[in-house]
Design a protein around this ligand. Structure first.
Ligand SMILES: [Zn+2]
Ligand SMILES: [Zn+2]
Length: 237
């Protein structure tokens, strides 16, 4: 079931075999996660991750608190961990008219992956948030719930990735998200939305979640590649 990927390990300066997991949606105690950013990276390292984003919940009250601290902590760590840890933000429960301004603010403050907390069926997110997220130029629309075909087509056009999630509750609509995203040709990625170390998953588990959402085996490598492409893109900027 699990596949082994060949990578060049910059630490041992040799080719190593890893089961690689990339997870671009996690939370530290800078919002409602339970771990310091540094411990979250180390837990992810131990879980076999090679790239991740820490994307704490932000609104106007804490965006200038959380994002610069993530930037500072992850910048200091970068030569001391094999995990590429990217500072990000998740714009959460913001009225749709204000989403674009917060996405821009997050980027100004140094967030390299900007997520908008989509219209999950697990929480009363304001209708119109999915559309505002896509129009705002966020990188990822997380758990977009019962996303419409029109919004999925717009996500494809704007290059916004639609999230398949490992998180309980939010994952109820994974099947719908996958179906609409595939029909629209929109990019999908898989994330954990981890708030605690036990929420981190293996690549093998990610494959099971993707298949459970009705995604055919032949599409699964593309979904992992989409995460890698986003990591490469923000690394280059
Ligand atoms: Zn949360
Ligand atoms: Zn989240």
């Amino acid at each position: 079931m699990s596949k082994v990927y060949i990578c060049f390990d910059i630490y041992s300066m040799s080719t190593a075999y890893y089961i690689v997991m990339i997870d671009l949606h996690t939370h530290s105690l800078l919002s409602d996660g339970v771990l310091l950013p540094t411990e979250l990276v180390q837990r992810a390292n131990h879980a076999g991750y090679r790239a991740m984003a820490i994307t704490d919940h932000v609104d106007r009250s804490n965006i200038d608190f959380a994002v610069p601290r993530l930037v500072k902590a992850l910048d200091e760590l970068k030569d001391h961990t094999p995990v590429k840890a990217i500072p990000g933000a998740e714009i959460t429960h913001i009225p749709p008219a204000l989403v674009g301004m917060l996405v821009e603010k997050a980027r100004e403050l140094g967030a390299r992956i900007v997520i908008v907390h989509g219209e999950t069926v697990a929480e009363p997110v304001i209708a119109g948030t999915n559309r505002a997220a896509i129009e705002s130029g966020a990188d990822i629309l997380s758990h977009p719930g019962l996303i419409s075909m029109e919004d999925a087509v717009l996500a494809r056009e704007r290059g916004v990735a639609l999230e398949i999630t490992a998180r309980k509750g939010h994952s109820l609509s994974n099947g719908h998200v996958a179906k609409v995203a595939m029909a629209a040709g929109a990019t999908m990625i898989i994330n954990t939305d981890a708030h605690a170390p036990e929420d981190l998953i293996s690549r093998e588990r990610a494959v099971i979640i993707l298949k459970s959402a009705g995604i055919p085996e032949e599409n699964i490598e593309t979904i992992f590649a989409n995460s890698q492409n986003l990591v490469d893109k923000v690394g280059r900027d």
